[in-house]
Design a protein around this ligand. Sequence first.
Ligand SMILES: Cc1ncc(C[n+]2csc(CCOP(=O)(O)OP(=O)(O)O)c2C)c(N)n1
Length: 596
Amino acid sequence: MAQTVGDYLLARLREWGVEHVFSYPGDGINGILAAWARADNDPQYVQSRHEEMSAFEAVGYAKFTGRVGVCAATSGPGAIHLLNGLYDAKLDHVPVVAIVGQTARSAMGGSYQQEVDLMSLFKDVASDYVHMVTVPEQLPNVLDRAIRVAMTERAPTALIIPADVQELEYSPPTHEFKMVPSSTGIQWPTTVPDDAAVRQAAELLNAGKKVAMLVGQGARGARAEIEEVADLLDAGVAKALLGKDVISDDLPYVTGAIGLLGTRPSYELMQGCDTLLTVGSSFPYSQFLPDYDQARAVQIDVDGKLIGMRYPYELNLVGDAAQTLRALVPHLKRNKNRSWRKEIESNVARWWETMDKEAAVAGEPTNPMRLFTELSKRLPSNAIVTADSGSAANWYARHLRFRDDIRGSLSGTLATMGPAVPYAIGAKFGVPDRPCIAFSGDGAMQMNGLAELITIQRYWQDWSDPRLVVAVLHNNDLNQVTWEMRAMSKSPKFVESQAVPDVDYAAFAAGLGLQAITVRDPEQIGPAWDRALSADRPTVLDVHCDPKMPPIPPHATFEQMKSTAEAMAKGDEEAVGVVKTGVKTKLQELLPHRKG
Ligand SMILES: Cc1ncc(C[n+]2csc(CCOP(=O)(O)OP(=O)(O)O)c2C)c(N)n1
């Protein structure tokens, strides 16, 4: 049989080193599916329960491997389902290629079944590159560019292939007018700013007495350089959420997360500094950065399109994080003002004590923070951790101590519910030898996670390390929003929108043959983690948690506290418990700590 467009598409993906495609089938891509069968399933077709999950799996795969993620879906409904996952990629700057089918060319424009204007549908999400392949000769160019643009822009791209085109005999571009040949592969440059710019930045940083650093995901791979610069400048280092795994929380001057989900020492670091060095982060909330006239500031980012926002930086250096910091080091003078560093370190030490104390406050039946602090002690040094948007994101940001080679991510910018489980599945295909832990709210489990447990059940035996732990924060509430309503809108809990039906997550998992553990006793949280982390299969921890623990920032404004109090007074069904638990938890920040 002659090679079809579908056959060629898969061959070209193999040439690019693509090993997995996350997908759900439909007759809009039948021509590619048939080619897959002929290709002996290479690259591996990974079937999810929903195309949005396929897209999240591709995002998780890309986030944890550094490679491009690929997903595929049928025309119409399948393509539409991909969207939320692709937006997650777009907003978190992740390279993902979406391959989607379309009705046959003869039917296009005829309001045909499942015909949706896919060029328009993907125009925004794949604004960096979306094209339709209408003749075989176009394919290599469109596919190669979709991959190269995705990698270069760290963005989602899309190619649309009508169903009949997939079945055409492939013919390559010829050496003729209006033909566009193409080639695979790409070699990346190392971008470093000019020496003059580096010297200027060093001068500004050397003039500072109280230096703060903010690092984000763009600083990944620059750990040694960040540590060296922080040491020279006696700086404290705060981390944007997506950069949580960039530098170890065991370092005494690392203040942890910044922002609404952030820590008090990060807040204090930004409040007190006179100089700011931002590396690889476009953290959006400027109110958590120093006042505009408080600090002189330098930003380093590899992307000139994303630099200079968020703060009135004096210098914007476009360059690779590690290389640029390395270029800076010889020009930096050792800062002799140790008192700033001492203050940061003491704030950090106190913070971790506070976190342990807050996690030790009794919950009904368990305090969700304890779920995270108990894991922190046990995290394998090569673990991958994911979290859903919801209260889990707060505890992930504040209570988990990352060190060694631990990686972690969540939907940092779209803040969508539901990626924790599919991210972990994507990771398991990319780096199957690493244990994965996904934190999911019960709302997110009901939205996405439960169905994706079926995908885990289908594939786990192929993973060299079968440990994938899904920890469900079972609080029968859409808790994050309940708290946001209280703290920001002065509204009591609106049960109709906030309560979620009670589901036995452990029973569901057990029914699939996964290890399942129900936890209602706080003393059982530690042993449950031990069992999950030594299991020979994936585990679901169904942890009954107290919804009355406030995921409010440690530096909640007086306004937020007042709004919460007003919401309670308006008849919140959990008013008494919230006040009791909330006060007890917040008190841990204020009570004097015993000297240890
Ligand atoms: C797709 C999507 N829908 C709605 C929201 C708004 N939202 C943010 S957190 C949240 C509640 C999450 O509840 P759950 O998963 O049960 O976690 P919990 O906060 O209770 O721990 C909601 C509805 C969102 N971020 N994404």
